[in-house]
Ligand binder design. Structure first.
Ligand SMILES: [Zn+2]
Ligand SMILES: [Zn+2]
Length: 334
């Protein structure tokens, strides 16, 4: 399967956590956590349409300023999501700067902020041209676990315990469209950005009679194909890709049960492993996981692949031990 999402940790495992999730063949990306994001080139930052922040400890939120700076003066709508007090935290950041000339920008940025509670969300909008003064009172809506949804995918969240509410996050494709190369060849078609329009049409349940006009190199230029016919020849539908991101959580019954259920059958689970099992008391005190606990959770959730990150600097040059410990626990819990 050629995945639609290509998630990658923004920094090395000893640096700030953050997962960048670009979409295959699209100038579009999601990001989970906004720690130090200086490692992302501006062209990648500009792809971000939705940012999801697990909690607002500095190592997960200090990149907000950098993100805002890159996006300022662009005609963009940026949606951000975070846990309890997130509106207050964003407003605090925004009120730290002077915006007296912000209404002169040609292209006004708009921020859409959603604060997530266990069973409701609060939504508020801020526009650059209004100097980021909120226009209306927060709008309250029920929350059933799905934070954001499009025809092709949905982002879900669960509220976990880090001595402060902390969001577990996942993105899941509705289904996966595998492109059959043989089929493309048979129809004299070449892969390209048009494939993402084709997939989008399938996700949106577009009428199969809808025509696609496509280049057929080697034949006579452009040719028309009906969506249904094209699908029969070049596509195979399989279950959607699921990526889960869990960080900054204490190992408790409450968190363990929620994480195992939430991360179930992830294709790729990214999970923190701040400490080694020998330091588990320190892990409990600081509300973090050990590598063994991370591996065990990955195994119990049946994750097909997992990666650990957010290592404590006390293990500098010993990261192998963390990877080994997590791998062993994973294999024993599958
Ligand atoms: Zn952290
Ligand atoms: Zn934290």
């Amino acid at each position: 399967m050629r995945p639609s999402f290509h998630p990658r940790l923004i920094n090395g495992p000893f640096n700030d956590p953050g997962l960048f999730i670009p979409f295959f063949f699209q100038k579009r990306a999601l990001v989970f956590d906004l720690g130090d994001i200086n490692g992302l080139p501006a062209k990648d930052i500009l792809k971000i349409s939705h940012a999801f922040v697990t909690h607002t400890h500095m190592d997960h939120f200090i990149g907000f300023d950098h993100l805002l700076r890159i996006m300022l003066g662009r005609e963009k709508i940026l949606s951000l999501f975070g846990p309890r007090d997130f509106l207050k935290n964003v407003e605090g950041k925004l009120s730290g700067y002077t915006w007296n000339l912000a209404d002169k920008y040609n292209y006004p940025l708009c921020l859409q902020i959603t604060e997530v509670h266990p069973d409701f969300t609060l939504y508020r909008k801020y526009r650059c041209r209004d100097r980021f003064e909120p226009l209306q009172n927060p709008v309250k809506q029920p929350f059933d676990g799905v934070l954001y949804e499009e025809p092709a995918f949905r982002v879900s969240a669960v509220v976990l315990d880090h001595k402060t509410p902390c969001l577990g996050l996942s993105v899941k494709e509705r289904f996966h469209v595998n492109i059959i190369n043989e089929g493309l060849k048979r129809l004299s078609l070449e892969p390209g950005p048009w494939l993402s329009d084709f997939k989008q049409a399938l996700y949106s349940q577009t009428d199969p009679a809808t025509k696609f006009e496509l280049d057929t190199p080697g034949q006579h230029g452009k040719k028309q194909f009906a969506l249904g016919n094209l699908t029969r020849h070049i596509a195979r539908i399989t279950p959607g890709q699921k990526i889960t991101y869990i960080t900054d959580v204490v190992y408790s019954d409450f968190n363990r049960d929620k994480i195992v259920e939430f991360a179930r059958h992830s294709d790729h689970l990214f999970i923190e492993a701040v400490f080694m099992e020998t330091d588990r008391e320190m892990a409990a005190e600081k509300y973090h996981l050990t590598a063994r606990q991370a591996g065990e959770l990955a195994g119990r959730a049946g994750a097909r692949q997992f990666d650990i990150f957010h290592f404590s600097p006390r293990y500098t040059d010993q990261e192998n031990l963390l990877y080994q410990e997590a791998e062993e626990a994973y294999n024993n819990s599958l």
